[in-house]
Design a protein. Structure first.
Ligand SMILES: *Cc1c(COP(=O)(O)O)cnc(C)c1O
Length: 801
């Protein structure tokens, strides 16, 4: 079935037939979930031939394939993306209108696929879409968690976590189980070396646990090009022949635990055994099938890097070089040197953060217990690395700092760097920091391995899907070409002084705000006016992201209004969305405090609705699609140097919000694109932050005591003004004052307040604001993940379309 010939009438017939056959029900009686499942089945039929054809072609043409290993993928809902990319979104919507079916309700019946925490997982999902869209052969490799990122509820202002049983009653309608690609995974036990029949040393496994890895492939459909790639997610099962080893239900559950849950930590890691098992499980399973499918081509294993790239997304799959060596040397009999040479040329690694608490280090004892043979191989890699550097006459301290195993810990980033040919950061500033600071020693050793790949976003999801009114306005202004080529947005610049166009875009933003206002009213009971500035900070809750700085400013406005109810200000609605890692006490206290502050402010009639605060629960991709197009202000206020890139900053820019930002991560590149006049920048620079570190001259209590406005704001946390938040308030006060304000909130307070005053004055002039907004949209094309992935494909993986 070629989709170019699909008519609305044919679609309606296909839909009805499928519904009748599969659900034994007629359209008017069907629930949204039944309609959704049916629609998914119909479109699966439409794309199955292309999917088969793509897989056949790739193996026939012996093209080089990149495999993107990531412990997280955060696609959100897939229905609209799949329809849009197949080119039948409008047709299906029209068909549903004829059938009198509410498309929105059907769309909402799909559960978010939330197998990721935040930016890192969302990036991995964006890359899947962009690989298919650009046409490069690239597959994802991850885990099929039964429970995704927890569902967040707010009860009495506190975050409560509930399991995200995303399979629900529908299951994952897109996936296909691939039984012919199952592989076995060995864990635990003892390993010793014995001489085999060929006179070679080979490992003998004693008492190892053997598990089966079963792949489920999720199609990744390219935008209007018929390309379909695979996102392969692994699940665990007990092999039939080992069933006797698991006599009790508890034994079986312990195995199922391996793919039961996604660890809910963002920019942090827990050194838990189960997490190590997860990491190894998906890495080994992926590498085993990659080698098998490569060997089917009849090519020599020592050249596998010519046909295969393995990308290590953050350190979670960083065991890959060692596991690849194990497979090549132990299982396939390659000599060490040949195996090492092809391993290094196959592997590449992305670093996502400079926060030390996020750099994985495994306890060597634990690692040895779980992966005894891989542990031996890591020791061998490390010994050869150290000996090689010593032979070159390198400094002994440098060798000690860069080696993989030291002080009883295995440093996974070191393994990924030593075992691969490429290391990239995710924004210009971040890559510079890696080179000059975090990974400086490795930069001295291997300058040629380092490169930058600034993150990107799937523009189609954030414009065509999330912002249909905006997309229509762009069509009216510059035609529809931009839908295929996002760089065409530049043409909007020519309309920056066109009053009619500016008014149209203003109107579009008002419509998106009205939709969000309705949702806010329905979910929180808070009434907000679309005449107010919608000031948005949505992202994981983390001290370095400084939601608390936003709070300090809100409290300042609160006191301003209490002192002077007639204060001349544009009304503001501050909108938050954020999940805190369940074990992150401080982050949860900030959530509680925001909610109590919201209660105080939203119920104070004396403020005359000039100030509103809203915390929207369960921030996820679908909620982002509602919030992002409705924002006037995009809060990107991390301590300079701490946010590697950020990607929500790009989503907001592309949909016409003005960025209020520190010079951190990709904010710097956003400023370079949109120009100084179309962004509001404030605060310490990375050099100033590093200067404070070097001189140890930051003293937050001094700042607090010398600034009466700030002092009054900070004292608000502990003087009973904000009800029901005594312990949270004093925890926050302590962090800011007693513990010397690790993230420089007080240092940036005055600059932030001034920047906010600038926002207020800019917004008063609708024309000026609309012009800035349009210029942001016009210059946002640089941040398409289609271009980011093209750079990975050409500069790191060496792929052909
Ligand atoms: C884009 C996105 C993120 C990343 O946000 P940052 O502000 O860049 O940290 C996190 N979560 C969701 C659901 C997103 O869509």
């Amino acid at each position: 079935m070629t989709l170019e010939n699909l008519t609305k009438e044919q679609f309606i017939r296909d839909f009805k037939d499928t519904l009748h056959e599969e659900q034994l029900i007629k359209v008017p009686a069907a629930t949204p979930a039944e309609l959704f499942t049916t629609l998914a089945k119909v479109i699966r039929k439409y794309y199955t031939d292309s999917w088969l054809e793509r897989n056949r072609k790739l193996s026939e043409e012996q093209q080089k394939i990149a495999y993107y290993f990531s412990i997280e993928f955060l696609p959100g809902r897939m229905l609209e993306t799949n329809l849009l990319n197949l080119g039948i979104l409008d047709l299906v919507k029209a068909g549903f209108a004829d059938l009198d079916v509410d498309f929105e309700a059907v769309k909402n019946a799909e559960h978010d696929m939330a197998l990721g925490n935040g930016g890192l997982g969302r990036l991995a999902a964006a890359f899947m879409d962009s690989l298919a869209t650009t046409g490069y052969p690239g597959f994802g490799n991850g885990l099929r968690y039964k429970y995704g990122l927890f569902k967040q509820r707010i009860v009495d202002g506190y975050q409560v976590e509930l399991p995200d049983s995303w399979f629900g009653s529908i299951g994952n309608v897109w996936e296909v189980r691939k039984d012919h690609d199952v592989v076995d995974i060995k864990l635990f036990g003892d390993v010793y070396l014995a001489i085999d029949e060929n006179g070679k040393f080979s490992p003998v496994y004693k008492d190892a646990q053997v598990l089966r890895a079963v792949p489920y492939d999720v199609p990744q459909i390219g935008f209007e090009n018929g390309n379909i790639n695979n996102l392969r997610l692994w699940d665990v099962e007990i092999p039939e022949e080992y069933e006797l080893n698991y006599p009790t239900l508890a034994d079986r559950r312990a195995v199922q635990d391996i793919t039961a849950i996604l660890y809910p930590d963002d920019s942090n890691y827990e050194g838990k055994q189960l997490r190590l098992v997860q990491e190894y499980f998906m890495t080994s399973a992926g590498l085993q099938t990659i080698i098998k499918s490569y060997l089917k081509q009849g090519l020599p294993l020592e050249n596998i890097h010519e046909k295969v790239s393995v990308h290590i997304n953050d350190t979670h799959p960083a065991v890959a070089p060692a596991e690849f060596m194990r497979l090549l040397v132990d299982e396939y009999g390659l000599e060490w040197d040949a195996a090492w040479s092809t391993t290094v040329q196959t592997m590449s690694y992305t670093n996502h953060t400079i926060l030390s608490e996020a750099l994985e280090k495994w306890d060597a004892g634990l690692f040895k217990k779980v992966l005894p043979r891989v542990y031996q191989i890591i020791l061998e890699i490390d010994n050869r690395f150290v000996a090689g550097l010593a032979q070159e006459g390198r400094d002994a301290d440098l060798i000690e700092r860069t080696r993989i195993v030291k002080n009883g810990q295995i440093h996974m980033a070191n393994l990924a760097i030593i075992g691969g040919h490429s290391v990239n950061g995710v924004a210009k500033l971040h890559t510079e920091l890696l080179k000059e600071d975090t990974l400086h020693d490795f930069y001295v050793l291997y300058p040629e391995k380092f490169n930058n790949k600034t993150n990107g976003i799937v523009q189609r999801r954030w414009t065509q899907i999330a912002a249909p009114e905006l997309s229509a306005a762009i069509d009216e202004t510059i035609g529809k070409e931009w839908r295929k080529d996002i760089h065409q947005l530049k043409k909007l610049e020519a309309f920056a002084d066109d009053d009619a166009v500016l008014a149209n875009f203003y109107q579009v933003k008002q419509e998106a705000k009205a939709r969000l206002a309705k949702y806010i009213l329905e979910t929180t009971g808070v009434e907000v006016s679309t005449d107010a500035i919608f000031d948005v900070q949505v992202k994981r809750l983390h001290a370095y992201k400084r939601q608390l700085l936003n709070v300090l400013h809100i409290i300042k406005l609160y006191w301003d209004l209490k002192d002077n109810p007639d204060k001349d200000m544009v009304p503001r609605v501050f909108i938050f969305g954020a999940k805190a890692a369940p074990g992150y006490h401080f982050a949860k206290s900030v959530i509680k405090l925001i909610n109590e502050l919201a209660n105080l402010i939203n119920n104070d009639a004396s403020l005359q609705s000039k100030l509103k605060v809203v915390f929207l629960e369960n921030y996820n991709v679908s909620l982002a699609e509602l919030i992002v197009p409705a924002a006037n202000v995009s809060e990107q206020i991390s301590t300079a140097s701490k946010e590697a890139s950020g990607t929500s900053n790009m989503k907001f820019m592309m949909t016409g919000a003005i960025t209020l930002a520190t010079l951190d991560g990709a904010n710097i590149e956003i400023k370079d694109e949109c120009g100084d006049d179309n962004i509001v920048i404030f605060g310490l620079t990375k050099d100033e932050v590093y200067d404070h570190y070097a001189k140890h001259d930051y003293y937050s209590r001094g700042v607090y005591e010398n600034n009466p406005v700030l002092k009054r704001v900070v004292d608000t946390f502990i003087n009973g003004t904000i009800p029901n938040s005594q312990s949270e308030g004093s925890e926050i006060y302590d962090a800011l004052i007693t513990q010397n304000d690790e993230y420089f909130l007080l240092a940036d307070f005055d600059a932030y307040v001034s920047a906010q005053e600038r926002i207020d004055s800019l917004y008063r002039d609708q024309r000026t604001w609309s012009r800035m907004s349009l210029m942001n949209i016009a210059t946002s094309g640089k941040f398409t993940s289609d271009d980011t992935i093209t750079e990975y494909a050409e500069e790191i993986w060496n792929l052909k379309k």
